[in-house]
Design a protein around this ligand. Sequence first.
Ligand SMILES: Nc1ncnc2c1ncn2[C@@H]1O[C@H](COP(=O)(O)OP(=O)(O)OP(=O)(O)O)[C@@H](O)[C@H]1O
Ligand SMILES: [Mg+2]
Length: 386
Amino acid sequence: MVNPFRRHTGMPPQKFVGRKRELEELERNYQQTHNGSPEHTILYGQYGIGKTSLLIETEKKLKEANTIRISLFPTEDITEICDTILREAQAQLNLKPKTLREGLEALDFTFLGTGAKITLAPVKMNPQSALKAVLSEIYNEVKKGKKEKNGVLVLLFDDLHEITGASGGRILSILSNVMTTLNQQGKNIMFVATGAHDIFQRIRSIHESTVRIFHPLEILPFTKEETAEAVNGAAQSEGKTFEKTVINRIHSISSGIPYYIQLLAYYSFQLAEAENKNKISPSLFNRGFQMALDDLARRKFRDLYETCTSEERVILQIFTETMKKEIPFTQIDKKTKINPSAYLKRLTENNILIKTRRGVYSLQDQMFKEYLQTYKPYQRNGTKKI
Ligand SMILES: Nc1ncnc2c1ncn2[C@@H]1O[C@H](COP(=O)(O)OP(=O)(O)OP(=O)(O)O)[C@@H](O)[C@H]1O
Ligand SMILES: [Mg+2]
């Protein structure tokens, strides 16, 4: 029997749950674009919240549209992105290299190779004109095609934060200038990107005006009902059921983050399968939970802990040894012999803690708390006594 759950991010689920509000909004934006006033959106949210899966679902839902989906990668050079768009346009929209080539050659482009797929040679024109020409040419081809009369071109870019590094400001300014110019010329191109939870902050710090062309759409954790649907919807199609108390535990441990939900369900399902059980009980889940924590420890949490200084580890210990989710600064200050301000600031900057209210802190990831409680790494290494 196949395990219907996923251990990794980046793989769409067997059963896609929720996201109705987001998909409806994207559908509306598409109609708007169709009617000549393009809308651009950034879907953002924390690690494992379901950004890539939502982008893939959007692509499926807009099946009438002409979509190009690309995964962004760190680069200093926008012509690399240009080239990826050109390559994916040929592959995903079935555009003919010959006609694309003719169109682009008329614009003074040169190409590498003569095969079935064209790729740009190092471009002589400036990168902004290059991106503009490539998108215009793809758009013109799409418009000629029969798939969709008004010729909307939808660009789906996964992980926009990948290009918010050192030269990100330049890349973003080119991207937003080109989008705006093409839209003003009546080309109905709609842009949907995904980004990390702090994407707007990052964009603002490197290229302020780009923020204004994108509509922000935050992807939220699952409700309890959505968690139940994601777990039992998939499990039941394979003849297994998670008991209600287990669903509640999965929901509270995962904080509704789809990646954690999938991971927890994956290992419990695997155990149930190995032991020939059709019901996933709390005791079976507890064993699956340890396997999920081991997986996360190896993949992420051990490194995260290792990056902390011994002072920061003292603070993490305080968070681990309390039942409370939130701790006020005064209490942390009282429990440590050091002034914790600078360390709290760094832990917050590194997304390990969040400031829930003024002077009140909480661990960003409750699963990390489970890891700390189970493994108690501070008992082993480098932590000063408090
Ligand atoms: N709507 C959904 N319904 C059910 N499962 C989902 C849904 N969205 C995402 N998942 C599952 O959650 C996990 C994480 O999803 P995804 O990779 O889309 O997240 P992400 O935000 O792109 O992650 P990353 O931060 O690594 O880029 C995957 O296993 C995916 O199958
Ligand atoms: Mg992703």
